[in-house]
Write a protein that binds this ligand. Structure first.
Ligand SMILES: Nc1ccn([C@@H]2O[C@H](COP(=O)(O)OP(=O)(O)OP(=O)(O)O)[C@@H](O)[C@H]2O)c(=O)n1
Ligand SMILES: C[C@](O)(CO)[C@H](O)COP(=O)(O)O
Length: 257
């Protein structure tokens, strides 16, 4: 019997380079305090405490890296090796992270700082899936019907209603063998047409520039919401307090389509 291959080093990248325009506060939304800690502290804490994660890299909004370094020191997050400045878009922030890891032999888990409710079992499933798959996307089946629109004479009109059984909502982390996602990003940034259609996630960049690489789905969770709009701050706070008071029992249990 052959021994299983040792797993590669796993680096979590916390993407926190945004300003949180839609939440509309004076400071980046990842610095909003909910349930006793800032959003970014909740997020880093999940990775810092995950046995499968060897290292955490944080990309923060320019002007706020010192603030995050203070939070890292205050919490004693031992796996954080660097807090770097993010770029002007999420994609540029990802690229900076990938450049910082150039030449390393590792897997990378790219995660939105704005998803502070990530559950440890999802990280476990992602790292396990990376043993056999070069790319992994965390997603949940869509419980809403999704419609495709087209511009009509009086505004947007419904053009198509795709089969919901094949529709999923992408979350993060999105996880890759480093060399695979670095290659996709190099191709993307060399393509003058890359900016024509904004890339909203990293698996989308891989699909577009390395369509030969299959992307494996790992089930996410309704709990792993993204704090995007003002109401999400209230929802995330409620869920975090519930999770803290329920001994880890997930309020997302019982999800269905
Ligand atoms: N230049 C950017 C923009 C976004 N992000 C990060 O990507 C994640 C998802 O992005 P989003 O929710 O859109 O955050 P913001 O860009 O901050 O929000 P908004 O679009 O409302 O300004 C967030 O953790 C955000 O900090 C990033 O690292 N660098
Ligand atoms: C990556 C992502 O969270 C997957 O759902 C999402 O696309 C990020 O979008 P945003 O507009 O940058 O928040």
């Amino acid at each position: 019997m052959t021994a299983p291959e040792p797993r590669r080093r796993a680096v979590a990248v916390v993407l926190a380079g945004g300003i949180g325009q839609r939440v509309g506060r004076d400071t980046p939304k990842q610095l909003i305090e909910i349930a006793g800690r800032t959003i970014i502290e909740h997020t880093i804490s999940v990775f810092d405490g995950a046995p499968e994660i060897d290292e955490v890299l944080v990309l923060m909004t320019p002007g706020f890296t010192g603030e995050v370094e203070r939070l890292v020191a205050r919490n004693g997050f031992t796996k954080v090796t660097a807090v770097l400045e993010g770029g002007a878009t999420r994609t540029e922030t990802t690229r900076r992270a990938l450049d910082a890891l150039a030449g390393r032999d590792c897997d990378v888990l790219l995660h939105d700082a704005a998803r502070p409710l990530l559950e440890p079992h999802v990280i476990t499933a992602c790292v396990a899936a990376l043993r056999d798959h070069p790319a992994v996307e965390v997603a949940i089946p869509s419980s809403d019907t999704i419609v495709v629109t087209a511009p009509g004479p009086d505004g947007e009109t419904v053009h198509d209603v795709p089969d919901r059984r094949r529709l999923w909502r992408a979350q993060t982390p999105q996880c890759f063998r480093l060399e695979v996602i670095r290659d996709a990003y190099e191709r993307a940034f060399a393509d003058p047409g890359f900016g024509d259609r904004p890339a909203t996630d990293d698996c989308g960049v891989l699909l577009r520039y390395r369509p030969d690489v299959p992307i494996r789905i790992v089930p996410g969770s309704e709990l792993n919401m993204k704090v995007t709009h003002p109401v999400d701050v209230v929802v995330a706070e409620t869920l975090l307090r519930f999770a803290a008071g329920s001994g880890g029992r997930s309020p997302a249990a019982g999800r269905d389509r």
